[in-house]
Ligand binder design. Structure first.
Ligand code: NAD
Length: 506
């Protein structure tokens, strides 16, 4: 969990501040207007640790205003729009995102340090796709209706009407900031809600820019409000405990989900939670090993391992264990850490110094638990002014088993542990031996086995011979500590609306 950073800046940040350049200010966005916070906090650039922006933290008063502004928007023209009118606005938003594509890439890269190519191909492209997908879903969605016949001859027409939840709190993390925000915002708006967004304190920029883009695209002021800040005793907690909130959709750590559940419990509000994971991949000896190794490199190291779906446990059939270990270690060593604008860069830094300390503590724990380090394991020396940034080496471990904390707890960095297995039953049991249950990958050429194993994985998303290939209409979510509920396609409409049944005696 990210905790409050201090406004006292590291030396590098102070140097930036006194170099004559005005520091970028990121304000809350309430009722269509930028709004100052109660204080500001520093957002550092993960590339080199310099000051990237000063962010205005919302206090209780600003959160109150944001909730009131969302409520007022529901009473205005937004609350009276037809589904078709809302779908048209969603499509205009997608077009506007594409017009401001470069600005959004810059915002995302500035906050996260991720390679520009990744921000283009994944984050910003998916933001536009999210709005188009939910414009289509809501336009095509049907509703239940039943003609009911009773033994005494009476007949009734039952039909469901979908109503928005109302004011929805959208709380999102820092790893894929714009992608995960729009994944929730698009269905919330398609369903006719008004929202208050709380982006991560680590990634405030793209949400602030998107708020402006939404108004440019014709969304009435107040339908989307953005408040900045932290969790406990800050904007996050003020929002989830606010009596004016009708539901909370949250992506982040499982422990934060638990805190949010407690916060909404007194008022019994619905929650949709996409939480942490400790995802497994299983490689059978009959797999196309080149494809499996390339796929594992992607599922372990994409976005510096900071994707909730990333693989952290890799179970490999014993006869190919050495080949997979050598191949994946080579892939890890070949990754290029560097500046985001360099097209050769494959891998950015971790999001913050604090998160790097957490990941490094697991590298240390792994050594104490007896791991062998096949690749990485520390902080790289990059030179080029980058050594004040939050870089870490892509890492591969072996020599541990499911009893070790390194193999049980979510690390959320570029690291996985390789473990051998002998039988299909054993592989399934090892993969399912976790309190999490988000995603799994099975690598095999035997598709009958692929279907069989994929279906027995106790997860929300089970891939075969691929990873992170998504159809936005399909259900997305986790079991166990990995979440509550499903979003995606009609599943999203299920959360963001209240169906009301109308019964008319004929
Ligand atoms: P986090 O839980 O620390 O923070 C997420 C958001 O919640 C932030 O905006 C934060 O300010 C806010 N928050 C924190 N405490 C709060 C509180 N008490 N009340 C209200 N809001 C609060 O998570 P993170 O470190 O930003 O993100 C990484 C985590 O997110 C990992 O566990 C990862 O697996 C998970 N994640 C899950 C999915 C998924 O789809 N299942 C996707 C991406 C990330």
């Amino acid at each position: 969990m990210t905790t409050r950073t201090t406004t006292s800046l590291p030396e590098t940040a102070q140097a930036t501040q006194t170099s004559g350049q005005a520091t970028r200010q990121l304000r809350n966005f309430i009722g269509g207007e930028p709004v100052d916070g109660v204080r500001t906090f520093a957002k550092l650039n993960p590339i080199d640790g310099t000051l990237a922006a000063e962010v205005h933290e919302a206090g209780r008063h600003e959160v109150d205003r944001a909730v009131a502004s969302a409520r007022a928007a529901l009473e205005g023209p937004w609350g009276r729009m037809t589904v078709g009118e809302r779908a048209t606005i969603l499509r205009r938003i997608a077009d506007a995102i594409e017009r401001r594509f470069d600005d959004l890439v810059e915002a995302e890269v500035g906050d996260t340090g991720k390679p520009e190519a990744l921000a283009r191909d994944l984050d910003v492209a998916r933001a536009a796709a999210n709005f188009r997908a939910f414009a289509d879903v809501v336009s095509a969605a049907g509703l239940d209706s039943y003609l009911t016949e009773f033994p005494d001859g009476r007949r009734a027409l039952n039909y469901a009407v979908r109503k928005p939840l109302g004011v929805v709190a959208v709380i999102v993390p820092w790893n894929l900031p714009l992608l995960l925000l729009t994944w929730k915002l698009a269905p919330a708006l398609a369903s006719g809600n008004a929202v208050v967004v709380k982006p991560s304190e680590e990634t405030p920029s793209s949400a602030t820019l998107l708020a402006e883009i939404l108004v440019e695209a014709g969304l009435p002021a107040g339908v989307v409000n953005v408040v900045h800040g932290f969790g406990a005793d800050s904007a996050g907690e003020f929002l989830t405990t606010h009596p004016g909130i009708d539901g909370v959709t949250f992506t982040g750590e499982s422990s934060t989900g638990s805190a949010i559940m407690r916060a909404v419990a007194p008022r019994v509000r619905p929650v949709s939670f996409e939480l942490g994971g400790k995802n497994a991949a299983v490689v059978f000896a009959d797999a196309d090993l080149d494809a499996a190794i390339a796929g594992l490199a992607r599922s372990t190291y994409l976005n510096t391992g900071q994707v909730c779906l990333c693989t952290e446990r890799i179970y490999v059939e014993r006869s190919v264990f050495a080949d997979v270990a050598a191949g994946l270690a080579e892939q890890a060593a070949r990754l290029r850490l560097g500046r985001p604008e360099n097209p050769a860069t494959t891998t950015g830094p971790l999001i913050s110094r604090q998160h790097r300390e957490k990941v490094l503590s697991y590298f240390e724990l792994a050594r104490q638990e007896g791991a062998t380090v096949l690749a990485g394991g520390g902080i790289p020396n990059l030179g080029d002014g980058l050594d004040t940034g939050f870089w870490i080496e892509p890492t591969l471990l072996t020599g541990l088993d499911n009893s070790h904390r390194t193999v049980r707890e979510e690390i959320f960095g570029p690291v996985a542990t390789l473990i051998p297995f002998d039988t299909e039953e054993e592989a399934i049991a090892l993969a399912n031996d976790t309190e999490y249950g988000l995603a799994a990958v099975t690598w095999t050429r035997d598709l009958t086995r692929g279907h069989r194993v994929a279906q027995r994985m106790r997860v929300g998303m089970s891939w075969v011979n691929t990873w992170y290939l998504r159809d936005l209409r399909s259900p997305f979510g986790g079991v166990g500590l990995s979440g509550i509920g499903r979003e995606g396609g009609l599943h999203s409409l299920g959360f963001y609306t209240e169906p009301t049944n109308v019964c008319v005696q004929l």
